[in-house]
Design a protein around this ligand. Structure first.
Ligand code: F6R
Length: 605
């Protein structure tokens, strides 16, 4: 949620930390701060607001070759200067930045206060600086002090710590919140996300839960929580710094929507086999016998990832004829799920770090479940935890609202469904039909993108509605849910999604000229049923924007998308809804890339 960045080397840390924080701003952004160590003195600046506000108060001569920085997304305590990180110990010797939640913070705070320590902030994080500060005097190394302090902590953390008595050294630790190390030339970096490092190095190492690392300019050492040294293999990130630029677009969101012809092509690249009309997914780590052995598929993910999982469940049922369903990972993990040996579990995550999804995967693994991941971020925690999976190769998604990762996930599901189908009963002819349909997607997405102006006009027409209803049947229902999700999160217009078939069991009461409906109406075997629903809405004077493969008299406005294979149509039907939400948000003057109260990558519970 929040962003961490740390640097040690021969350059001044402050400009590097500020640049890194800017790159992380999309993760959490109500306040920001940094601390640098120079010749045994600690200097900090922190402010409520954006990284630009922090940069404005950091003096030009803010010298120091090691330092830590943070962007905050408030959990404990309001956004304010004092609640911003870094937090210091009483002697102002130790500075700590923290992501995550310390669950026993109240108890630790009471203990520390009884020892005479005075707290400045309302945050849970401040207990860490005081704990480490009171331990560091009794230990020979900072690493030892951090390790001892963390022994009394219950909760999740990614932390970076500096000690003014030890310039040129940083200690980082991870438990549930990501920390990645970046290896430079006689300099080391650490961050909560590679986005902060990529300008300087692509050689990275991910810390595991329970691991600590000591960084110095000439390298790093990693340790377990009981002080055993661990050996880590660096790997090269294939994303480049340019992937994080907005490419001349006004917003990252529009850039990411527009990238979808390429990102979908990348998810497909090298994975379709024309000889057997099957998908090759080496990362599944399953031979055909194993692929045939599953009797059920359970898909988990959060938010939009969960909705893409609903599209996935539909694809798997239709193409492989295996019962499949999707559930929010945040619910699944808490309900003591029954884990069965003949169920294939699939976890979805763009970031690969969503805490609820990670915890659900860990619960599954603990119970012996077989879990595949559909993940965008290579080497992320969820990717490492799973038994195998499919990488999306969609490139980094910067805007908070997911778009290209959503479509690439749906495409990855089509590949998995094709694979599971073709080792079962899906005929070669149907396999070929799906392969051909998948290949057509990038060009068809381009066609939809050419309708941006038409969709923008519609968005402006409907943007002032107090709320909108989204309806779809079967394949159209997850599309409706994702459409409502996009609209509500970036435009703050209340949007509700319902199966079209459920409308008359309650929500029809809401229909009036003030509550327009977006209806997902593909040309499939349910077309007539959907058109009847439009008639029912119309009869209640509801305005209708229909998204489908044709126009219809009952609708006030229509967006017509190219037709693909029926099973794959939901992927294309999603795209106009992204463009619609984007332009509605722009028309309403919203902060499109950084919607209020939200953050990319939810690494807390
Ligand atoms: C919505 C959105 C969120 C994420 C969810 C899961 O546009 O972006 O609902 O889909 O927080 O995130 P990941 O996919 O990173 O696990």
């Amino acid at each position: 949620m929040c962003g961490i960045v740390a640097y040690v080397g021969s350059q001044d840390a402050a400009p590097i930390l500020l640049e890194g924080l800017q790159r992380l701003e999309y993760r959490g952004y109500d306040s920001a701060g940094l601390a640098v160590v120079n010749a045994k003195s600690l200097r900090t600046r922190k402010v409520k607001g954006r990284v630009a506000d922090l940069a404005a108060v950091v003096p030009a001569r803010f010298k120091g070759g090691s330092g830590i920085g943070h962007t905050r997304w408030a959990t404990h305590g309001v956004p304010s200067d004092v609640n911003a990180h870094p937090h210091l110990d009483q002697e102002q010797r130790i500075a700590v930045v923290h992501n995550g939640i310390i669950e026993n913070a109240d108890e630790l705070r009471r203990r520390l206060e009884a020892d005479g320590i005075v707290f400045e902030s309302e945050t849970d994080s401040e207990v860490l600086s005081h704990l480490i500060g009171s331990t560091v005097k009794e230990t020979d190394t900072l690493e030892e002090a951090v390790r001892r302090a963390l022994k009394s902590v219950v909760g999740t953390y990614g932390i970076a710590v500096v000690d003014s008595h030890r310039p040129g050294e940083i200690v980082v630790a991870r438990n549930g919140s990501p920390i990645v190390l970046g290896i430079g030339e006689k300099e080391m970096f650490a961050a909560s996300d590679v986005a902060a490092l990529i300008r300087y190095t692509r050689q990275v190492v991910h810390l595991e839960d329970g691991e600590l690392a000591v960084l110095k300019a000439d390298g790093f050492n990693t340790f377990t929580s009981d002080a055993r040294e661990t050996a880590k293999e660096p790997f090269t990130v294939d994303w480049e710094a340019g992937h994080y630029d907005n490419g001349g677009y006004e917003h990252y969101l529009l850039k990411e929507i527009s990238e979808q012809p390429d990102t979908v092509a990348r998810t497909l690249r090298g994975r379709l086999d024309d000889r057997f009309h099957i998908a090759h997914l080496g990362g599944l780590n399953m031979d055909p016998r194993e692929s045939r052995s599953f009797r059920r598929v359970k898909i988990i993910g959060c938010g939009s990832a969960y909705y893409s999982g609903q599209i996935g469940a539909q694809l798997i049922e239709e193409l492989a004829r295996i019962p499949a369903d999707a559930e929010p990972a945040s619910e699944f993990r808490y309900r003591s799920p029954v884990v069965e040996a003949d169920t294939l579990y699939i976890a979805i995550s763009q970031s690969g770090e969503t805490y609820d999804t990670l915890a659900a995967v860990q619960e599954l693994k603990r119970k012996g479940g077989r879990v595949l991941g559909i993940v965008n971020t290579v080497g992320s925690a969820i990717a490492r935890e799973c038994d195998g999976g499919v990488y999306l190769h969609a490139g980094p998604e910067v805007s908070v609202a997911s778009t290209k990762a959503f479509t690439s996930t749906a495409v990855a599901f089509a590949l998995i469904a094709l694979h599971l189908g073709r080792v079962r009963d899906l005929s070669p002819a149907d396999g070929r039909r799906i392969c051909d349909g998948l290949r057509k997607l990038p060009e068809q997405i381009k066609e939809i993108l050419t309708q941006e102006e038409h969709i923008r006009t519609l968005a402006m027409k409907y943007a002032d509605a107090p709320g909108m209803m989204f309806v779809g049947r079967v394949r159209g229902y997850p599309v409706a849910r994702e459409g409502a999700q996009k609209l509500k999160e970036i435009s703050y217009v209340h949007a509700e999604a319902y199966p079209a078939s459920e409308l008359k069991h309650g929500p029809l009461a809401l229909i009036s000229p003030e509550l327009p409906t977006v209806a997902i109406v593909p040309d499939d075997e349910l077309l007539d049923k959907n058109l009847t629903t439009l008639g029912e809405i119309r009869a209640r004077e509801g305005r209708i924007l229909m998204v489908g493969h044709r126009t219809a008299e009952a609708a006030d406005d229509c967006i017509v998308v190219p037709k693909n294979e029926t099973e794959l149509d939901p992927i294309l039907l999603t795209i106009p809804l992204q463009i619609f939400a984007y332009h509605a948000a722009v028309a309403l003057g919203r902060d499109v890339d950084r919607p209020r109260n939200l953050a990319k990558s939810v690494t807390v519970e």
